[in-house]
Design a protein around this ligand. Structure first.
Ligand SMILES: [Zn+2]
Ligand SMILES: [Zn+2]
Length: 365
């Protein structure tokens, strides 16, 4: 979070706003807690006829719930980080920038400041991208988030359902969260389908031994609503998850799908980071397949510079020896100042800034 956000939280209004922003997360958590009660207590325990079957149902239920909650938690709690000092424009340069008499002068000041930074993205007028609020040169694919009040690396979008920016550090967790939420909803819907059909066939009251709306009858209603809610969430998750799988496979963020990034060489290009489906997938999920389905950090790169499709074309034209995908990734996206020199922000929200992360294919829980 940026300094502005910290300042805003100190005022009563700012505090209310930060509490208000957690309401969607609390809503989702309440729905999950209720679904747990309805599924485990009302469906499996009170309604158990087939003991072995129920054990397997509960086992798969808890596995899908654990993966779902784990990825949801990591999406929420992973910090957007802080852009290191070398990207920050000194005050005297900022003053010169604001007092510049023409866009050309501004462009010259910015290009001069960023000459040793690994930036290839440009504005419409060909200038290095600059954030007026954070007073920094924006790294490639980074954007300013007005909700987080800071510039965010490889920003995808700000998601109110996780009260966090979906960005370089948590994009893998976000995609897994959507995937596991879909698996959870489909599993719950599939295993409650039988009771749902029975409800309409036999009737809520007749199913109950006493023939009245006591706890057994209410249990039926819990299962009925559980089926409805699981189907409702599954329908909305299918489209969202499918869209993000598509974005992963073409190596594009949601923001880039609306507005193509502009490159120093080549201009606007929506496919500028598209390296091929498998390489695109590995850029988000990492090179070690053992971590692909777990919400642990394994994305490639440092979030400041990214190999481009034109880098790839150049590399394949000049490389005579056969190199591994990781070697090719390392060879791309290098500039005068290597991205490996960038200091990386800390992973957890609670850990603050200035931490370091290991590079390629590192995994953190
Ligand atoms: Zn900013
Ligand atoms: Zn944000």
């Amino acid at each position: 979070m940026g300094n502005d956000d910290h300042r805003r939280r100190k005022t009563p209004c700012g505090f209310c706003m930060s509490v208000f922003k957690w309401i969607p997360v609390l809503f989702i958590t309440a729905v999950i807690a209720w679904s747990y009660y309805a599924y485990v207590v009302e469906l499996c325990i009170r309604n158990s006829e087939n003991g072995i079957g129920m054990v397997f149902m509960l086992l798969f239920y808890h596995i899908s719930l654990t993966l779902f909650m784990w990825s949801y938690w990591r999406t929420i709690m992973t910090s957007v980080g802080q852009i290191p000092e070398q990207w920050r424009i000194p005050d005297e340069e900022v003053t010169r920038l604001f007092r510049a008499d023409s866009p050309e002068t501004q462009k010259r000041i910015l290009n001069n400041f960023a000459r040793n930074l690994p930036v290839t993205n440009r504005t419409m007028n060909g200038s290095v991208r600059f954030c007026e609020k954070c007073k920094i040169v924006k790294p490639d694919r980074a954007h300013h988030c007005s909700v987080c009040s800071c510039c965010v690396l490889k920003m995808d979008h700000h998601c109110p359902w996780v009260n966090n920016c979906v960005n370089f550090y948590n994009y893998k967790f976000f995609v897994l969260f959507l995937g596991y939420a879909l698996v959870y909803c489909l599993y719950v819907a599939f295993t409650t389908l039988h009771d749902f059909v029975q409800f309409w066939k036999v009737g809520a009251y007749e199913n109950n031994a006493q023939g009245q709306l006591n706890s057994g009858g209410m249990g039926r209603f819990h299962i009925l609503f559980l089926f409805f809610i699981a189907i409702m969430f599954a329908i909305s998750l299918v489209s969202l998850f499918g869209y993000h799988i598509y974005l992963v496979l073409v190596n594009r963020t949601t923001l880039e799908s609306f507005r193509a990034p502009i490159f120093r060489v080549g201009g606007p290009d929506k496919n500028g980071y598209n390296l091929g489906r498998f390489a695109n997938f590995c850029e988000v999920f990492g090179d070690d397949w053992q971590y692909w389905l777990l919400p642990v950090f394994s994305s490639r790169g440092d979030g400041y510079s990214f190999p481009t499709s034109s880098d790839q074309s150049r590399a394949s034209a000049t490389t005579t020896a056969v190199a591994s995908p990781v070697q090719r990734y390392d060879a791309m996206g290098e500039t005068a100042s290597s991205s490996k020199k960038q200091q990386r922000p800390a992973a957890g929200r609670a850990t603050g800034s200035g931490g370091r992360r290991p590079h390629h294919s590192s995994s953190q829980v």
